[in-house]
Design a protein around this ligand. Sequence first.
Ligand SMILES: Cc1cc2nc3c(=O)[nH]c(=O)nc-3n(C[C@H](O)[C@H](O)[C@H](O)COP(=O)(O)OP(=O)(O)OC[C@H]3O[C@@H](n4cnc5c(N)ncnc54)[C@H](O)[C@@H]3O)c2cc1C
Length: 496
Amino acid sequence: MPTRAHEPRPRGHDDLRDRITHRNDFKAKERARLPKVEWAEQPAAIRIHNIREVPYAYTPDQARAEAIRCLQCKTEPCANACPVGVDVPVFLHLVAEGDFKGAIREIRKTNILPAITGRVCPQETQCQQNCAVAKVHKDLGFAVSVGKIEAFLADWEREQLGIELPAIAADTGKRIAVVGAGPSGLTCGADLRRLGHAVTIFEAFQKAGGVLVYGIPEFRLPKAIVEAEVDVLRRMGVTFEFDTVIGQTVTVDELFEEGFDAVYIATGAGLPYFMEIPGEQLNGVYSANEYLTRANLMGAYRFPETDTPVLRRDRIAVLGGGNVAMDSARTARRLGAKHVHVIYRRSHAEMPARHEEVKHAMEEGIQFHYLRAPTEILATQDGWARGVRVQVCELGEADARGRRKPIPVAGAFEEIAVEVVVEAIGNGPNPLIPKTTPGLEVTRHGTLVVDPKTMMTARRGVFAGGDIVAGASTVILAMGHGRQAAQAIHEYLQAA
Ligand SMILES: Cc1cc2nc3c(=O)[nH]c(=O)nc-3n(C[C@H](O)[C@H](O)[C@H](O)COP(=O)(O)OP(=O)(O)OC[C@H]3O[C@@H](n4cnc5c(N)ncnc54)[C@H](O)[C@@H]3O)c2cc1C
């Protein structure tokens, strides 16, 4: 029997239907105490043998029951932390009421890629970090699962209704070239198209998505989902020119000569950093970029069905402790490696990777070697990698970013025997556009200098955003830049 509205409900009850039926009766205190709705995941022992997505999506009842936990704070601390300004409490309220169509429309007002951001955004350091429910519990793990609900809504829309196109203003007669089809270029292009401008996105690869297709693995972000979201831009009338490297095939100057009125540079940070230790030139040593691109974009999982192979060996070392390292290690496991060693020079607490990725990696049997700094990649006689020599470290004082520094322990070295080494220690901006475009100002890190309000570079009419400005950052920050630049380009063109 369902409880009647005026009857007290048992504390901590978790019947989803009951929670949905009584949603309007819960006082804020009770909402805050409702149990979080957990989602199911593929068991680790099974998922290491496939590349399917790890978490299962919320069901409609689960999404509603989770959204009911939102306290609808008037100050909207979650929304204020979103770089694209999604009105989180509004869409959660609509979900709680069962109005999924209204909720996804609310998200789409400011976020053109919700199925992607719902899956890959580091919500725990953005919207969910400021969640009042988490504050009540003094535990971030209790925050309302904003990302999981967002992904549910985007999937529900795509599967049940088809993705709705935004309204597009009358043609302005202005043409904008966007360089790079990653999340920043896609967002900027979509916003400009909505405002009635003609947009062409130039992309070096044969597919749109940037890191979303070549870096982030299928088991975290299915490529069919990226394609469906990119297809929205096509249906909006955005043109794509693939296999076109701006700065090589055509320069930015030539784009202006061809009649474009403004250019948005969103070429990302795709240049891998190396540790500069002996042995990096050996066979069997990859940058994470190459390793992941072979597996994801080039389909090396399916080699020889596809043309691109990647080395499949039993023992693999991944150097680094960020998301890219976790993606590489988990990819290696799925490519059949029995022993995958993540080698990181600080401790578990300092790892920059998302908690969820580290947890998944541990469940999948990845072995972590903390406080170990690689000093050399060891060679076989015929020039292949055979191991990594590491310096044992201990934690010292905090650095400028508040992370404790690794200090070498005198004379303490170890060797880890592996056959393949993947370096995942970070990426820098691609220098091609800065080198071939006169008038741009470039920092010593190779990023482009822009006006932080307008995203315009030192050169009039040339705007930039995403990782090429921020350095290796996040999908949502790159999208936020794209939105900001689109508005500024619109104003620039109106004033011209
Ligand atoms: C393996 C990996 C995992 C990550 N995981 C996450 C995550 O879980 N969550 C998260 O928020 N962030 C993650 N990131 C970071 C995030 O993906 C980036 O911050 C984001 O993609 C940057 O977007 P962007 O549009 O600026 O650049 P990119 O996504 O890099 O896109 C740039 C595009 O420009 C193209 N291009 C480059 N030069 C040229 C040229 N000269 N002419 C034409 N086209 C060009 C490139 O081919 C690319 O398609 C990850 C990064 C990596 C590498």
